[in-house]
Design a protein around this ligand. Sequence first.
Ligand code: GUN
Ligand code: ZN
Length: 440
Amino acid sequence: MSNPSDTYRAFRGAIADFIHNPFHYQESESVRYFPDGLLILDNGQVQAIGDYQTLRSQYPHLEITDYSGKLILPGFIDLHIHCPQTEMIASYGEQLLEWLEKYVFPIEQKFQDPDYAATISSFFLDELLRNGTTTAVILTTIFPKSVDALFTAAKERNMRIIAGQMLMSRHAPDFLLNAPETAYEQTQSLIQKWHHQDRLLYAITPRFAPTSTPEELELAGSFSEYPDLYIHTHLSENIKEIAWIKQLFPQASDYLNVYEQFGLVTERSIFAHGIHLSDSELQRLSQSQSAIAFCPTSNLFLGSGLFNLHATQSQSSPIPVGLATDVGAGTSFSLLKTMGDAYKVLQLQGQSLSPFQAFYLSTLGAAQALHLADKIGNFEPGKEADFIIINPSATPLMKLRNQNQMPPENLSQLADQLFTLMILGDDRNIESTYILGNLS
Ligand code: GUN
Ligand code: ZN
């Protein structure tokens, strides 16, 4: 109950979030929805959510921003994206290994220049916000100042991001290689500087096993002495990549085992892609509770393959999964567009992805995969107030399609409207993005 002397900030609209996993619970138990809702904030945190009429009378002193007719959702979480690749998104014609050589490595070299890194980092974070993404797990480059640039820009925006210096010591042009001991020392000082600075968190980031020597992977594993650092890398994305892994690490039983041998498979690991995993690898990922970042626009763009989402969502051996754009192999910053491609990737395998499941994977599901569900992901009181305002009729076509359900009256209308957003929507639907209760 409120203290009458306090004035809280509040937002009125059609409010939806998740309180359970819709892959394992009935959707009606997983989604919380208030067609005419009120979200009340206290100092950047959620104070209460509920039905407008009910809550209004309990809080006499409210400064209300009215978004009636719009959806209010938790901010999106992007589980895997490359900041330096912003400028080379949509580069033609190659699959993973050739695409890295031809387009990615040259653009990452440009991050050696701290001014350029700062300019792109600012652009990149603004683009995330414009698309309704409030938290992201981000790769940068091997240059420590590029990590400073990204964290500095995120701190200025009060964003909760997870990032770290890329570790690369072989199989790339010299300008992108570091001696493992140098990278180790740079990583240590970046951790001291940035991990838990405001909302920022650090991830140990070997690019992928082929570009690190065994020595470097060993050093990467030794950071497990810091209990809450993340480990972020790529796994089993492309068939040629997997054949290369067999040559480079002949003692390993499979791709995941390379990372296992160096202590890099933990509940704080985030593996991008995981398309071509064996049953044994899936079992072991479930045991370790490592997360997989499902990157459908990237997997289609590079022709990498179709991620088997349903294999990761069994009741008996679930693996935490979140959606990710993987720009610049990914073709959009928009998690709405990413959900649409995820739906199509599943359709091609005879699977389905309901709108509630898709939005869950981009909000609470991703927060749980990151062990951040006590802070972000839904509107439970006490959580950080990162949220977005969605206009479901931002284009003439969407206005026509959604004309009879503004706002959706019940869960079935809400599901239909969310589905139109994942199939037709993009940045045009993101009317506003709030970070800790402030308009960004
Ligand atoms: N594997 C190693 N590096 C990369 C990268 O930059 N993008 C993608 N999609 N896969 C990778
Ligand atoms: Zn990637």
